[in-house]
Design a protein around this ligand. Structure first.
Ligand SMILES: *Cc1c(COP(=O)(O)O)cnc(C)c1O
Length: 214
């Protein structure tokens, strides 16, 4: 697997797409530092992990060497890991409940540090999936942004693989616009081309760059 070539061919695709300024988050979960290093050396900035523990063992050293790197938490975040996540991540894409917002806001006040948030929406209304329900989105956004003063820059979703990706991405785009938000975290290896049609600004791409995970 030539990760750099894989990455660059996605960059090329983005340039000619409807969302030509979209950024790639290279999702490095399960992959070792050795696999990540070539991308860092090549100037990639954004990386995604879905487990706090794994990020904690891999990233402090990498970030020391490559201080320009930005780390994105894209997986479900348990309340008891929120404080640790706040310490090591630059972005959290999985903000989806008030308890989490309360803990993160408390950390911001205590430390004086601010990080960047996406609110995750359960666009497919799937019982087992994380994300705030659509009908609570507006109130939850107001809670996070206005009451808790979290820097929410956009919405995030993992749509179900049900053939309705267009519909789900369009919903997220419209909801983002109606809240006046500028960033949109959607699109993975299998569906990033569709996400770009609906103006995704952050694509979260793992296997297409790093190969299959075991
Ligand atoms: C693993 C993961 C990705 C990347 O998935 P690929 O299909 O490998 O591109 C994107 N988003 C989230 C939330 C993930 O957990």
């Amino acid at each position: 697997m030539n990760t750099i070539n894989n990455y660059l061919s996605i960059v090329e695709y983005i340039k000619n797409s409807e969302s030509s300024n979209a950024k790639i988050i290279s999702v490095s979960k399960t992959f070792s530092e050795e696999k990540i290093l070539p991308l860092l050396k090549n100037g990639s900035i954004h990386f995604g992990e879905n487990k706090v523990q794994e990020a904690q063992t891999k990233w402090p050293i990498l970030k020391n060497k490559f201080p320009q790197a930005k780390l994105h938490m894209i997986g479900k975040l348990q309340s008891n890991k929120a404080k640790k996540a706040f310490e090591i991540f630059d972005y959290i894409h999985s903000l989806d409940n008030e308890k989490l917002a309360d803990i993160l806001s408390k950390e911001e006040i205590k430390t004086g540090k601010k990080i960047i948030y996406f609110i995750q929406v359960n666009v497919g209304m799937e019982n087992q999936k994380s994300g705030i329900e659509k009908k609570f989105l507006k109130d939850f956004f107001n809670y996070c942004a206005n009451e808790k003063k979290l820097n929410v820059v956009g919405l995030m979703a993992i749509p179900p693989n049900d053939g309705n990706e267009d519909k789900h991405f369009k919903y997220l785009y419209d909801a983002n616009e109606s809240l006046g938000l500028k960033e949109l975290s959607m699109g993975m290896s299998a569906d990033f081309k569709i996400a770009l049609k609906y103006k995704a600004t952050f694509l979260r791409i793992g296997s297409l760059i790093f190969g299959n995970r075991n």
